[in-house]
Design a binder for this molecule. Structure first.
Ligand code: SF4
Length: 45
């Protein structure tokens, strides 16, 4: 997860994704979710 913070938004992954996913944005959101759960701000069932 910590590697997400090293993303330099070069868009190499987004230009190759066959689904057109905005991978850097998705990774940022997943990291935010992860940090909220890890800090106890959000609970998952
Ligand atoms: S995640 Fe995608 S945009 Fe970020 S550094 Fe890696 S290839 Fe570049």
């Amino acid at each position: 997860m910590a590697k997400i913070k090293e993303c330099i938004h070069c868009s190499q992954c987004t230009s190759k994704c066959p689904y057109g996913l905005d991978t850097p944005k998705l990774l940022e959101k997943k990291l935010e979710d992860y940090e909220n759960v890890a800090a106890g701000r959000v609970k998952v069932d």
